[in-house]
Design a protein around this ligand. Structure first.
Ligand SMILES: Cc1cc2nc3c(=O)[nH]c(=O)nc-3n(C[C@H](O)[C@H](O)[C@H](O)COP(=O)(O)O)c2cc1C
Length: 583
């Protein structure tokens, strides 16, 4: 489909993203550049709206209304969730469990909304879009919609002629629709300055993970359309339409995915096995769509902007995926039921529904410094972070079936309170092929001891023994959440080698993988009766020094902590959509 011959990788762009990465490290004596204080006069509105675009309210469904959620564990057993038809109700559920508000918090006169997807600083730079073709049972005009989380509604941005959309979607299974994400960098930059591009991409990964899991609750499959260049994503989502963003903050096109009901799970006779899913759209059709009638103008989020962080624009440009960058990917993914792995994983002890786990997910703001987890719980959580590279992509467990790349991130774990494991620093290697490379790259003084209680299928090693609470908190910008938990971790990415091999466009993807990891860790923590928190603030090179990383062979991109949470009882919690009744 409109493929151009590959061009050589652009080394200056790789240099640019590496420079950005180095420049945005936090150090013990110096944080990455930011304003250094919060300028409340320019605080961005957390809700993008397209003024003038018709808003279609989605039904607010009670938890026990149809479509009802399967138990959490069922998400990880291939084909065990009955597939729901795509309807306004199932779409409402999908969005509720991925990008919607999950609660309001109130303290004195301030009120702020939380969402199903977490976000650094609760700033929520990620915007969601749907491209919905006409389909039976879906009483909506076909076209492009922007999701408005505060209203739980769809803003109809563009009508797409039925025939055109049918042509665009013809390579996909029936019932398929598109899901897109974009980022408003300004929302994060307002608080975090130059480092914000990293956080925006963590959030993309979290949103992707949230969407993959939400789709799985409905028995839907999902594939990331990574064969496409970013220009096409921008065009389809309309975020390149400068006339609709005149005085409004730009949206950066991130990714597109296709989602479809997995009829194979209950219709054995259907001729849909295997499903060969293309990982790109026909660009000529997308280009033609730009001429359609658009509705609405993006709202301005901050009346004034203060400092503009040029480094973010530069890294965003350097890491844009272009035509030439498609070459390393397979351009289709084969969903073959016969290759399914079934449930390779020991079930968790939670009998909760998946929706319940998603709705109750919160970040712990502090931990009790006491709660431990059993070794069984600990290893079960770790297993869910491992894609199982021996399986074909589509047969990997949720959410890894959406991720078309081999794992690039490995977990450096600070064990504080795991029954049966001595405290210390450990490493989980997520791709066995990388073990020699990792061992060569880290300090030769590490002990690489496999604990006796470690399940055979996990490449889990003790690197050094000792109380690592102080050091974990110190390197996490001195945040005690990294020490008072049962364990915390840093995600070590194969950095230079992957960028050199794949190109600058892979830089955001390293953070997406980190966000996917974070999302599954959040949910697993809830399922285990404990709680997690993402940690974006850490002193980069101080982390690296712990395992002797010099240079940029490996870089820690995101941290996480899991343990017994202490609730902040001063905060009042209100239901997600109580405000709609109040108005
Ligand atoms: C990428 C990312 C980085 C984060 N970094 C930190 C952090 O360094 N310290 C912290 O206390 N919370 C951190 N958080 C948690 C957020 O503050 C939290 O997700 C947000 O306030 C929304 O709350 P919720 O997760 O309960 O919905 C981070 C979350 C994400 C997604």
């Amino acid at each position: 489909m409109n493929e151009a011959p590959p061009k050589p990788l652009k080394a200056p762009d790789i240099d640019r993203v590496i420079r950005y990465h180095i420049q945005t490290k936090h150090h013990f004596n110096r944080y990455a550049r930011s304003l250094g204080y919060l300028d409340w006069s320019s605080q961005p509105d957390p809700f993008r709206r397209f003024e003038g675009a018709p808003l279609i309210a989605l039904p607010l469904l009670a938890p026990d209304e149809s479509p009802r959620s399967p138990v959490y564990d069922a998400l990880f057993r291939y084909g065990s969730v009955d597939s729901q038809p795509v309807s306004i109700r199932s779409l409402s559920r999908f969005l509720e469990l991925s990008l919607a508000l999950s609660a309001w918090k109130k303290s004195g006169a301030s009120e702020w909304a939380l969402r199903s997807n977490p976000s650094s600083g609760n700033l929520h730079p990620t915007e969601g879009y749907l491209v919905l073709p006409q389909s039976e049972g879906l009483d909506l005009q076909s076209g492009l919609y922007h999701y408005a989380p505060k209203e739980h509604g769809l803003e109809w941005r563009a009508a797409i002629p039925d025939e055109e959309l049918a042509r665009l979607m013809s390579p996909f299974p029936s019932g398929a629709f598109l899901f897109g994400l974009s980022s408003i960098h300004w929302r994060e930059a307002w608080k975090y300055g130059e480092r914000a591009f990293r956080y925006c991409n963590h959030d993309v990964g979290h949103a992707l993970g949230a969407a993959r899991v939400a789709a799985a609750t409905l028995g839907w499959k999902m594939a990331l359309l990574e064969g496409m260049e970013q220009r096409t994503v921008a065009r389809l989502l309309g975020v390149d339409r400068s006339s609709d963003f005149v005085s409004a903050e730009q949206e950066h096109p991130d990714c597109l995915a296709v989602i479809w009901p997995d009829d194979a799970s209950h219709d054995a006779g259907a001729d849909v096995n295997p499903q060969e899913i293309p990982l790109l759209l026909d660009t000529s059709i997308v280009d033609a769509l730009a001429a359609m009638t658009w509705q609405g103008k993006a709202n301005r989020l901050s009346s004034e902007h203060g400092v503009h962080w040029q480094a973010i624009d530069e890294v965003a440009t350097a890491s844009r995926k272009q035509q030439a960058d498609k070459r390393i990917l397979p351009l289709t993914v084969r969903f073959d039921r016969d290759a399914a792995t079934g449930d390779r994983y020991a079930p968790s002890s939670s009998a909760s529904s998946a929706a319940q786990i998603i709705r109750q997910r919160r970040s712990a703001v502090s931990f009790d410094g006491q709660t431990s987890v059993t070794a069984a719980t600990f290893f079960r959580i770790l297993r869910r972070t491992v894609p199982g590279v021996e399986y074909k992509q589509a047969a990997r467990p949720v959410p890894w079936d959406v991720w078309p790349y081999d794992p690039a991130l490995h977990l450096m774990i600070f064990v504080h309170r795991v029954e049966g494991l001595v405290p210390g620093l450990y490493l989980l290697v997520r791709d066995p092929a990388k073990l020699p490379f990792i061992q060569e790259s880290l300090s030769q003084e590490l002990i690489w001891k496999r604990p006796l209680i470690c399940p055979e299928d996990l490449l889990f090693y003790q690197l050094w023994e000792g109380d690592v609470r102080y050091v974990a908190a110190q390197v996490s910008c001195r945040q005690s959440i990294a020490a008072d938990s049962a364990f915390s971790l840093g995600m070590l990415a194969e950095f230079d080698s992957r960028l050199q091999a794949e190109g600058a466009w892979f830089y955001p993807r390293l953070f997406w993988e980190a966000g996917l990891l974070g999302q599954i860790l959040y949910l697993e923590a809830e399922a285990a009766g404990v709680r997690g928190t993402g940690i974006g603030c850490f002193f980069d090179d101080a982390v690296h020094a712990l395992v002797g990383i010099e240079g940029i062979t490996f870089q820690s991109l995101y941290h996480f902590t899991i343990g017994g949470a202490v609730e902040d009882r001063r905060l009042l919690t209100l239901p997600a959509y109580f405000h709609l009744n109040r108005q």
